[in-house]
Design a binder for this molecule. Structure first.
Ligand code: ADP
Ligand code: MG
Length: 822
């Protein structure tokens, strides 16, 4: 014999243990005695010389036929403090789960809405810890809704002999020995040997001597943790312990793992949740009507609560989650569909129309021909506004896809029908840009129009009067922004109020107090990145029930279109005007930054302009501004010494920002250094280079919008994506930018990688947070939307007996959101 531990799979000790167990060898049998004296780490841990001695000992024991060996096996490692007396399987306990902190059967007074302290064993300390969970748990119901984040799957555990180094794994075995040990002077811990039929493994809990009190010899445990190497042998360090008995093993092969908080053990959570489930799961009332549940194959609530906490199978766990996800999204969809119904219910919107010859006149007056997508969008919009149901449409299209013309068509329809139209932009400079655009689109004598100069003085009256041949009368148009002089502002306001002006272009000033429309028929909100529920509501207050068109350059994935934007109809401009080459996009590694700068310089020498976007600084706007100032100074001093640089950041006053943008537009600045917080939505066709620092920190959608700024002419645009230390994942993400020009694809990718919270802060979006459901699950969202629509059609107030519970939940959920948003 060579004692190389190669003869028996799983090690000699494993073999012997199996032998002892299978043959019912009593604990006084010499074999057992020898095995009890087993060294930590098992047979395999021994040096061949020690192995030989061990085997000799073993043989002697067997030969003695029950006689006790006088000389016990010398242990190579530290002695095990409590030498084993017995090696027997624990007796079956009546309770199915060993982890229950109180062995008592649950007999609990209280309701699901009682505080958790009604559960036996929940003291102040536990209560405080529960309150620290996210979201906090204070009532039994909240505890029942504290769902596992995952499950340990004991059906997929490995025999000890098949464990692999370096992986997280779960083993189930018997505690063979356990002791607290001092390893050197200061390192204390618990050391145990766990065995199953295939072998043994040494387990260390560093610094956790209390583990020794938890584990008992002969106890069956499941350990989950990483397997490391110790002197070339496998060992587990600080694994999570699951105390099991046979029943647990057979009845609970999926053990829940809960989101926890400091000092709150899984065992504790599991125990109390188990108690709560046992006592209360069947006392939960079912909010979903039977037919709805049947139609959508949803588990009943009691069963779902039980299956989510201790599932019989992965499928059951999934089905339980599906039920809760469905419920969650249903409440959201009810709110969304209701919001939509309310917006449209008042009716009473003016009927607006653009007669065919006027439309033709408008289209023919344009300096370009419309894209197919633009024509279709105009059809959609004109269709919407042609009846009394107020339009709530979202027009989305990449930067440069030509949304303004669509808005113009809608606005002249309003004017043609004798109503006023308004368009609201997020910044003064954008409002100004729109004003100029509209004047040039609508004015047949545009060459003479005083668009560049101070239009106000030119008009004298607060508005310009444009000769527009296809319109029945001249079109009167005004610009209302915060920077008008008080006297000018009141002149414009008067003209709006007494109906002298037909089209008003403006900023938020438009929805401020003091602005009253004589007969507002249509409001357009441009560059709407956020939900803007509030703004829309305010606009609506401005006069009866106008039609509303919201425009955005943010591509909205289908799932969000059904939820976050679910109360809007959506039209997509999925076609760029011809002759706009795609922006050539390149990732730039740090060591080639200089080359990118040289490229920028070269383009500027050729007469072009460039944007440089500073990295996103999460901490605060002021730190971000500071970083931008530093970058601007560095670039001016060290890199682009002879070029004219401008700086734009969120800490600048809005007047300052507009001045900088104006200088850039008028080519008094070559390179605009800007933070991401600043909307650079202004049209500067001469800008053809976009350099984005810290590109890996931005969402793909956002990067796509940035680069859209250099795709506004026939000139080839260039976009450089720089990142200091990109991770392989972000490299991969950025690589998509090089090849993909499809905003929707990028948005979906964003949503997949970063989640909706990143994509649209739920706070701004006016959406409740989701706990179970995923905003990426199109089918689920569609199904819940259908149910929501059906429910509200049958019972708009949700007042029927079997809808009352749903109504209550919806009210509760949305009142929380509304109070946060406003
Ligand atoms: P955005 O969708 O970003 O608001 P704009 O409406 O500002 O886009 O249009 C971008 C530019 O494209 C403008 O200069 C506009 O005159 C021009 N444009 C719009 N539609 C067309 C078209 N069908 N053909 C050519 N150029 C167009
Ligand atoms: Mg625009």
């Amino acid at each position: 014999m060579k004692f190389t531990d190669s003869a028996v799979i799983g090690g000699l000790d494993g073999y012997l243990l199996r032998f002892v167990e299978d043959n019912g060898v009593g604990h006084t049998h010499p074999l057992s005695r020898v095995l009890q004296a087993f060294p930590p780490g098992g047979y395999r841990a021994l040096h061949p010389v020690q192995r030989k001695r061990f085997v000799d000992e073993l043989l002697r024991a067997v030969e003695n036929g029950g006689g006790l060996s006088e000389t016990p096996v010398k242990r190579p490692a530290k002695p095990i403090r409590e030498p084993a007396k017995v090696l027997e399987m624990p007796k079956r306990k009546p309770a199915a789960v060993a982890v229950k902190p109180s062995g008592e059967p649950a007999r609990i007074l209280g309701t699901v809405d009682s505080p958790v302290s009604v559960l036996k064993g929940v003291n102040r300390g536990i209560e405080e810890k529960f309150a620290k969970l996210n979201p906090p748990v204070r009532t039994v119901r909240q505890l029942l809704y504290h769902f596992p984040s995952r499950y340990h799957d004991y059906s997929e555990m490995r025999p000890i002999a098949q464990l692999e180094f370096g992986e997280e794994q779960t083993v189930v075995g018997t505690v063979f020995s356990v002791s607290t040990n001092a390893f050197g002077r200061y390192r204390k811990g618990t050391e145990a040997v766990i065995s199953d039929k295939s072998g043994t493994i040494r387990v260390m809990w560093w610094g956790q001597t209390y583990v020794a009190r938890r584990l008992k010899q002969g106890q069956k445990v499941a350990l989950s943790g990483k397997v490391s190497a110790f002197r070339n042998r496998m060992q587990m360090e600080n694994p999570e312990i699951e105390e099991l008995d046979e029943d647990t093993m057979s009845s609970r092969r999926l053990v829940p793992v809960y989101p926890s908080t400091e000092g709150l053990f899984q065992k504790t959570l599991r125990g109390f949740i188990k108690d709560a489930v046992d006592a209360f799961a069947d006392r939960l009332s079912e909010p979903l009507p039977d037919d709805l549940r049947k139609r959508n194959k949803l588990m009943a609530i009691g069963q779902a609560v039980r299956q989510v906490h201790s599932p019989e199978s992965h499928e059951k766990a999934e089905a339980a989650r599906h039920r809760f996800g469905f419920e969650e999204l249903l409440y959201i969809e009810i709110g969304v569909v209701r919001r939509r119904n309310e917006a449209q219910s008042g009716g009473g919107a003016p009927v607006l129309a653009l007669p065919a010859d006027a439309r033709k006149g408008f289209v023919e007056s344009l300096p370009f021909s419309l894209t197919g997508a633009q024509s279709r969008a105009i059809d959609d919009v004109l269709g919407d506004i042609s009846d009394e149901t107020p339009m709530t449409r979202l027009l989305e299209g990449d930067v440069g896809s030509g949304k303004t013309v669509v808005a113009a068509a809608a606005l002249i329809a309003a004017v043609h029908s004798g109503f006023q139209g308004a368009i609201m932009a997020p910044t003064e400079i954008l409002a100004e840009q729109h004003f100029r655009t509209f004047v040039s689109l609508l004015d047949s004598k545009k060459d003479e129009a005083p668009v560049e100069g101070p239009w106000f003085q030119a008009s004298g009256s607060g508005y310009l009067v444009l000769e527009t041949p296809y319109m029945p009368q001249p079109v009167r148009i005004a610009l209302l922004t915060g920077s008008l002089k008080a006297s000018e502002k009141s002149a414009v306001q008067d003209a709006i109020a007494n109906g002298e002006v037909d089209i008003v272009v403006g900023t938020h000033a438009l929805v401020q107090q003091g602005v009253e429309f004589a007969r507002l028929g249509l409001a357009v909100i441009d560059e709407q990145h956020r939900f803007g529920v509030e703004q829309r509501a305010k606009l609506r207050e401005k006069g009866g029930s106008p039609h509303v068109l919201v425009m955005t350059a943010t591509p909205i994935p289908r799932t969000l279109a059904l939820t976050v934007y679910g109360d809007l109809d959506i039209t997509v401009l999925n076609e760029m005007p011809p002759g706009r080459p795609k922006v050539k996009t390149f990732r730039v590694l740090p060591y080639r930054r200089q080359e990118a700068f040289e490229f920028v310089e070269k383009k500027v020498q050729e007469g072009r302009q460039a944007f440089i976007i500073c990295p996103l600084v999460e901490e605060s706007e002021s730190i971000e501004a500071k970083a931008a100032v530093t970058e601007y100074e560095r670039l001016s001093r060290d890199v682009f010494l002879h070029l004219r640089l401008g700086l734009l950041h969120g800490r600048m006053a809005s007047g300052e920002k507009d001045d900088v943008m104006r200088s850039f537009r008028d080519h008094e600045i070559d390179i605009l250094v800007s933070t991401a917080v600043v909307e650079v939505g202004v049209d500067v066709p001469n800008a053809t280079v976009m350099l984005i620092e810290g590109a890996d920190r931005f969402g793909l959608s956002q990067l796509h919008q940035f680069r859209g700024r250099v795709r506004r002419s026939q000139e080839q645009g260039f976009c450089f994506l720089l990142s200091e230390n990109p991770s392989p994942e972000s490299e991969e993400r950025l690589a998509i930018m090089e090849t993909t020009d499809d905003g929707f694809e990028l948005a979906e990718e964003d949503l997949r990688i970063r989640g909706p919270g990143e994509y649209f802060g739920t706070r701004q979006s006016g959406m409740p947070d989701l706990r179970v459901a995923q905003l990426t699950d199109v089918e689920l969202i569609q199904a819940t939307r259908e149910e929501a629509t059906r429910l509200l059609r049958e019972d708009p107030e949700l007042s029927a007996a079997d809808h009352a519970a749903i109504g209550e939940r919806v009210r509760e959920l949305w009142s929380r959101v509304t109070s946060e948003v406003s």
